[in-house]
Design a protein around this ligand. Structure first.
Ligand SMILES: Nc1nc2c(ncn2[C@@H]2O[C@H](COP(=O)(O)OP(=O)(O)OP(=O)(O)O)[C@@H](O)[C@H]2O)c(=O)[nH]1
Ligand SMILES: [Mg+2]
Length: 304
């Protein structure tokens, strides 16, 4: 094993795992996507979009950064919420570097403080959404961060959505990475199976298009994924699970309009990510109380 490692580790090459944690909606998944340059993690304006650990890999000439996007840490009530929070907390232990993300408009609230206080080692504080405020406000928060003595290695302000401050953040992270091997091939940006990526892109559309409890009681599972290589076509069949009959009616919509819209938007994203034409078939099924059932939560791929 040692020989193997020596072979892979070039002199001075750094690598490691970077956990992105924070409360829901601060922009963790947006950051992951902008770093790897592709939408591999679902993003929405609603909290609790991400439901499991999402890996994003960035390879540079002298370093490989393996990011772990995580569900927002919050006071979870149901089984699904608890599994999500557990998945986030689990990444902290395996991280070489922890990115603690807050957003500039609501800094250091009780949710942030809870996470900061439970940090097992100093983290890099990432202040996101700086595009929404004046510079003075950012400086104010940076000063405020000093209140948390010993909790932060550095403070890096960014705008994930505008890709502002990202190079600074990457260079800061590399300083704290150990020397290590290239764990993944250079062109690999995630370890997620294509089926799961596709399911998440569909779920993202449901999050953006539906309201109230619908996004939170929906799961997406890709049942069929067939390459037709000579036509550069992929045939995909996916099931959207909801918890109640009346939710099914909402997801399908009047004359099937909602389902059609979900499919159209999802297909555009999936075609770009897969680099192929996509034939997408969507079904809606009821699976009562799945968000309260640990076995189904796991089967759908959420939580840890
Ligand atoms: N203005 C602004 N909005 C941002 C920025 N980064 C993310 N957002 C928005 O914030 C919302 C939440 O973004 P996500 O990336 O889904 O946040 P998250 O932390 O992954 O959320 P959960 O997965 O629910 O924990 C979305 O509407 C994003 O477009 C930013 O830099 N500036
Ligand atoms: Mg997220």
């Amino acid at each position: 094993m040692e020989l193997e490692d020596e072979k892979k580790t070039e002199q001075g090459f750094r690598s490691g795992f970077i956990s992105i944690i924070g409360r829901p909606n601060v922009g963790k998944s947006t950051l992951l996507n902008v770093i790897v340059g592709e939408k591999i993690s679902a993003v929405s304006e609603k909290p609790n979009t991400t439901r499991n650990r999402i890996v994003g890999i960035k390879t540079l000439p002298h370093a490989q950064l393996i990011f772990l996007d995580t569900p927002g840490i919050h006071k979870a009530k149901g089984e699904l919420g608890k599994a999500m929070v557990q998945a986030a907390v689990n990444t902290i232990g395996e991280a070489d570097v922890i990115l603690m993300m807050i957003e500039v408009n609501e800094p250091f609230g009780p949710g942030d403080r809870f996470i900061i206080e439970s940090l097992p080692k100093p983290a890099i504080l990432v202040i996101n959404k700086i595009d929404t405020v004046k510079k003075g406000k950012i400086l104010e928060i940076m000063a405020q961060s000093q209140e948390f003595e010993g909790k932060f290695l550095e403070v890096v302000p960014v705008s994930a959505i505008r890709a502002d401050g990202i190079d600074d953040l990457i260079n800061t992270i590399i300083k704290y990475l150990p020397e290590g091997p290239k764990y993944f091939p250079e062109d690999m940006i995630t370890d997620q199976p294509e089926r799961f990526l596709v399911a998440e892109l569909i779920r993202e559309k449901i999050f953006n298009l539906t309201r109230q409890e619908i996004p939170y009681s929906t799961a997406v599972v890709v049942e069929e994924f067939k390459d037709v290589p000579d036509k550069n076509l992929v045939r995909i069949s996916a099931v959207i699970y909801v918890e109640k009959e009346n939710h099914k009616a909402i997801v399908i919509g009047e004359k099937g309009r909602m389902l059609k819209q979900i499919g159209t938007l999802a297909r555009a994203d999936i075609e770009r990510v897969l680099g192929a034409k996509v034939y997408l078939e969507l079904w809606v099924k009821v699976k009562e109380r799945w968000t309260q059932r640990a076995d189904l939560i796991r089967e759908f791929g959420y939580g840890s």
